[in-house]
Design a protein around this ligand. Sequence first.
Ligand SMILES: [Zn+2]
Length: 239
Amino acid sequence: MEPTNPALDPTDALASVPAAGARRGVRAAGSLRFFFGPMDCGKSTLALQIDHNQARQGRCGLLLVRHDRSGTPTISSRMGLARRALEVHDEMDLGALVREHWGRGQRVDYLIVDEAQFLDPEQVDQLAELADDAQIDVYCFGLATDFRSTMFPGSRRLFELADELNAIQVEVLCWCGLPGRFNGRVHDDVLVRDGSTVLVADVVQVAADDVRYQVLCRKHYRTGDLGPSAVRDGQLSLT
Ligand SMILES: [Zn+2]
């Protein structure tokens, strides 16, 4: 009779050894992933979920954020979740940051970087290096384009270097119902297309009275049509 219980098959027990070895072989490098989408598409929520899933597997990670919207270094989602994070400053060397943690005996298996559009391109290069040379898995979250509809330099570098690009699937709708892909800056109820890009993150501090952001479809971004004000108020209450 053929053995039907795989636990009794001696080759099965042996097979697990090379299989594990093969898995380690595949993981010779970490990966650099960029999750992008318009404002309010749930990027920070996903960042916190991935951190939770990784930590549950016993992995150690660092949470980094560039220009957090709360004004303190936290990754905070609009659904109310929050975790403390390290603020990435201008010209901070992210490789040195990880080595500093190693120096204190702390493992770093993965990095979560929120508001990654604000990274300097060189910092994105450092993240790629950490993935390749230190087997660190790097998860970046951010906007692709700014309110002028041009790509952030950090996002552009992520598009160039990342192993994986993921458009976040939670669709944010324009007031007309079409998918909203453009992060419009609205000043005194008028769409503006020039000014400093950093305002995107500082929206809380920047006199919330007259500057706000509204996600628009391409047509309404082009025409600057912000829709009926009743719809607009409804959309704001979701943020
Ligand atoms: Zn529209």
